[in-house]
Ligand binder design. Structure first.
Ligand code: P1T
Length: 385
């Protein structure tokens, strides 16, 4: 059957997942090798060294390209190394326009490493007028977008903003980590490049660090592949295999994350100790109708403000028993964190405050446990405030 005809959940299991040719093993072996025998110098079977190519990684890339409907996919050792490769692929002195609310590690990379190489500016990408003005004045080569954003879950109109970028001759990149390809396909919405931290939903089990990018632009893909082999942030065969195993249940997991997240968001919205909840699936989300149009679901991330200060936030987080107080997201287990102290500590306090990352802001990655147990855990911790 042609790959194009396959539906999403089938692609997850079958693309890049054919049985092993030599033995028929339904789960192909992991090519846990660094190097490949050559019959004569330079004469090999397409593989010479695993920093450059590895058959296990190839299989994962084939699947990833297919689920983001892209021609090319590149897998690396972490999400942040993908950000670095994309930024390295641009000529020195390029102008970069980045959404103002992005993962703290992305912000740090841009403002403490790539600020030496490129000219970086930030803009609220949910404000079309501001984006247009920044594109006209700054004339960037690249526009970096997260939607929904980390941690405030702001939604950018990707169709409109990527169109504006292309009219201004800027490449657009969407970090699609929060939605996964199950709920959102940025290339369909006009983006040139889509990237993910595979550490999150794609792997789904909080046991692998990894990153990937997908694109239809051959020359950009080739540039990133050359950079990857030259700089070396390569994903290991075992990690690649684990992610491919995790991917098989992505559709099921995303449905379960979303179902639990919506129930929890509604519970929090009605709680007297909670000031405000952000979840794109809530009618109260400022961009709920855009989220409904642009995404096929709302994901598993919920952000909320407690009524209270830092002391109360800490007490609440310390009292939880099922939610682990930990950075990261997208695993089957529920995680909770304090962005101002944890994931976004590298964003200067004044900018955090401007964005709304206050001391009473809490971010949750809702897992796939029984939701009644999760609500009861939250309720107990809230009742101590
Ligand atoms: O951790 P790593 O695999 O390197 O991915 C970096 C990254 C990139 N993009 C987004 C949207 C992310 O959320 C992350 C990592 N984020 C966390 C660790 C976190 O807790 O938000």
């Amino acid at each position: 059957m042609a790959k194009k005809a396959l539906k999403f959940a089938t692609k997850l299991i079958h693309v890049g997942g054919k049985p092993d040719k030599e033995t028929g093993a339904v789960i192909p072996p992991i090519y846990q090798t660094t190097t490949y025998a050559q019959s004569s110098p330079g004469k090999h079977q397409g593989y010479d060294y695993s920093r450059c190519q590895n058959p296990t990684r190839d299989r994962l890339e084939e699947c990833l390209a297919s689920i983001e409907k892209a021609k090319y996919a590149l897998v690396t050792s972490s999400g942040i190394s993908v950000v670095a490769l994309i930024l390295h692929a641009l000529p020195k002195g390029s102008k970069i326009l980045c959404g103002d609310d992005v993962y703290g590690g992305t912000y740090r990379l841009l403002t403490t490493v790539f600020n030496e190489i490129h000219d970086i500016r930030f803009v609220d990408t949910t404000d079309l007028k501001a984006v247009k003005q920044a594109l006209t004045e700054h004339r960037p080569q690249l526009l970096w977008l997260e939607s929904p954003t980390n941690p405030l879950l702001k939604i950018t109109d990707l169709t409109k903003v990527t169109k504006l970028a292309s009219e201004h001759k800027a490449l657009s990149v969407v970090d699609n980590t929060f939605m996964s390809p199950y709920f959102q396909n940025p290339l369909d919405l006009g983006a040139d490049i889509v990237m993910h931290s595979m550490t999150k939903y794609l792997n789904g089990h909080s046991d692998v660090l990894g990153g990937c990018l997908m694109t239809n632009q051959k020359s950009f893909y080739e540039k990133c592949w050359t950079l990857q082999k030259s700089i070396g942030p390569t994903a290991s065969p075992f990690d690649s295999w684990l992610v491919q195993r995790g991917l098989k249940t992505l559709a099921l997991r995303m449905e379960a994350h979303q179902k639990n997240a919506l129930k929890i968001a509604k519970f929090l919205e009605g709680h007297s100790k909670v000031e405000r909840v952000y979840y794109p699936g809530l009618k109260s989300h400022p961009q709920h109708s855009l989220a409904k149009r642009q995404m096929s679901g709302f994901g598993g991330m919920v952000t909320f403000f407690l009524k209270g200060d830092l002391k109360k936030s800490k007490r609440f987080l310390e009292k939880l028993k099922l939610f682990a107080l930990a950075e990261s997201l997208g695993g089957v287990e529920s995680l909770i964190e304090h962005p101002a102290i944890m994931t976004h500590a590298s964003v200067p306090k004044n900018i955090r405050e401007e964005l709304g990352i206050h001391d009473n802001l809490i971010r949750m990655s809702v897992g796939i446990e029984d939701v009644d147990d999760l609500i009861s855990d939250l309720n107990s911790a809230l009742s101590t405030l």
